[in-house]
Design a protein around this ligand. Sequence first.
Ligand code: HEM
Length: 100
Amino acid sequence: MLAAFASSTVFLACYLYYHFHAGVIRFQGHGWIRPVYFTLLLSHTILAIVVVPMVLVTLSRALRSNFERHRAIARWTYPIWLYVSVTGVLVYFFVYQWFR
Ligand code: HEM
C-alpha cells in the first residue's frame, strides 16, 4: 500500500505537469458513446478528488497502529481507489486510443 501510495503520488505529479503544458484535449467520439464517456469521466473525476483525503486518513491511521479505525475507513477507500484507477485507464483509452 505504501508502494501504491508512492507510485500514485509520482503519477499525480507527472499528470499535473503534463496537463499544465498540454492544455485541453477534447473527446472526439460522436453519438451514444458521448454520454457513456462523460458519465465515466464525471464519476472518475469526483471520486479522484474525494479519494485523496481518504487515502491520507487511511494511511495515517495505519501508520499510527490505529487498526480498528483504519479498517473502518479502508473498507471505503480501497474500492473507491480501485474504481478511480481502473476508470482513469479507461478514460485514457477513450481519449487517446479508441476515439482519436
Ligand atoms: C491507503 C492505504 C491502505 C489501504 C487502502 C488499506 C486497505 C485495507 C483494507 C481494505 C483492509 C481490510 C478491512 C476489513 O477488514 O474490512 C485493511 C486492513 C488492515 N490494514 Fe490496511 N490499507 C492501507 C494501508 C495500510 C498500511 C500502510 C498498513 C500498515 C502499517 C496497513 C495495515 C493493515 C492491517 C494490520 C489491517 C488488518 C486490521 C484488522 O483486521 O484489525 N494498511 N487495510
